[in-house]
Design a protein around this ligand. Sequence first.
Ligand SMILES: [Zn+2]
Ligand SMILES: [Zn+2]
Length: 347
Amino acid sequence: MKVAVFVAPGKVEIRDVAKPVIQKPTDAIIRIIRACVCGSDLWWFRGIRAIEAESMVGHEAIGIVEEVGSAVNHIYPGDFVIVPFTHGCGQCVACEAGFDGDCLNQEKIKNGGYQGEYLRYTNADWALVKIPGQPQDYSDSVLNSLLALADVMATGYHAAVSAEVKEGDTVVVIGDGAVGLCGVIAAKMRGAKRIIAMSRHADRAELARDFGATDIVPERDDEAVEKVMALTNAAGADAVLECVGTQQSLQTAVRVTRPGAIVGCVGVPQQPEIKTEDIFWRNIGLRGGIASVTTYAKDLLLKAVLREEIHPGKVFTQRFNLNDIQSAYEAMDQRQAIKSLIVISQQ
Ligand SMILES: [Zn+2]
Ligand SMILES: [Zn+2]
């Protein structure tokens, strides 16, 4: 079977490898229908984060269950599923508290291989999210929105939950990648009245508005802070979604947060330092981390997509075949695509 692997910074290739097999009773083998490239994949693609050469890559997909282990009782061969990047067991204290991204029973293997034809998926019984019917029952755009639930929409939602976005809030979303754009959708779902999206790219700003942003701030640093303060009567936002992960974006996030409010962080931190005095003197809360993909997708987000109330699949602005994986990465790296879709099979 074919799968994408990391070769060197700036280079991914397709390899022919043995089809994965069930290794544990809790596994499932998934035949992938659609996968995609993630903003977080660009960190290693650009050589900023090191990963081993020949690592299988990709961590977001939808697919058909081909085979299940003996301890998988709720998922059956033939089921159409969302394949989250997380692997919650559904039973440990972290999963029960709603943090399945931090499941205590996850297998310590490198997550990858979703950009391929078949995948061995661990903790399949609870973590996979069953979609009613089969792929051919859905439109192209709904399939893309279902795919977005494997990571970016759930992660954007996690930012909004972490920041405790409430009805009537003014929310700032930092980051106009797919996660930030999904953060705009999430803020709207949770009843935000005003959503200020920080975006400096015309195509992304337009999609942010389509998703519910009421204001666009293209400035950065001091100018961005001034602009948000001007829009919020010099108070700052009731909730801030930080969807980038750099020092600069985190600092801006803290500065535009009103006293007592929370910054929900879902950008993977690139520089882990944070000045505690910036958060202390204004009672700023800081929380976030790995999204609870299954917790959000299983009920709330799946229903919202199937009722076509939300359309997170619009973040896929270019599509590729698995053989064109290099072009899929380059399109995102060069910001020609907001997010690259990889169509692996029609059904
Ligand atoms: Zn991702
Ligand atoms: Zn667990």
